[in-house]
Design a protein. Structure first.
Length: 169
């Protein structure tokens, strides 16, 4: 295009406005390239971010410590368990149980790490618990606020009617 513009300019067939247009276009192109280079590549739907890929890689490595039967038991619990059953998993309370239910069905144990609220630490605890035989965790008793000791009451004494005052005459 620049060569064609130069030929036409030398022939004198372009007006001043037409001669300026290719220069403006050429000046605009490098700016467009810079903008395109500065933009990160768009993430395709279903594609994991780098941090999510790292989480899945970690989960795959950790879940490799489990036998096939252990993975099957855990996956069955996660996909079919009610709130009480999910609550037996260490690190899983009511809100995480709700997130697990929302993410169902999970295809593999490693998918558990992608559930909202479950990170490396919780996932590792679940793997250790599963490897240890999935013994039911005893839920920690909820701490109630300390009660103020009630004041000691004297034992009740039977009331006697008042004695009438003696009349003095």
């Amino acid at each position: 295009m620049i060569l064609l513009t130069a030929l036409l300019c030398s022939a004198g067939s372009l007006s001043a406005a037409e001669k300026a247009t290719p220069a403006k276009e050429a000046a605009a192109k490098p700016a467009e390239k810079k903008g395109a280079e500065a933009k990160p590549a768009e993430k395709k739907p279903g594609e994991l971010s780098d941090s999510d890929k790292a989480l899945v890689e970690h989960a795959t490595k950790e879940s490799g410590k489990l036998s096939v039967d252990q993975k099957k038991k855990l996956l069955d619990l996660v996909n079919t368990g009610d709130d009480k059953a999910l609550g037996t998993i260490p690190g899983i309370g009511d809100s995480k149980a709700a997130q697990i239910k929302k993410a169902r069905p999970l295809k593999g144990v490693e998918d558990l790490i992608m559930v909202d609220g479950i990170g490396k630490k919780t996932f590792d605890g679940i793997v250790q618990w599963t490897a240890g035989g999935m013994k039911e965790a005893t839920p920690e008793p909820k701490k109630e606020p300390a009660k103020k000791p009630e004041p000691k009451k004297e034992p009740a004494t039977p009331k006697t009617p008042p004695t009438p005052a003696k009349k003095t005459t």
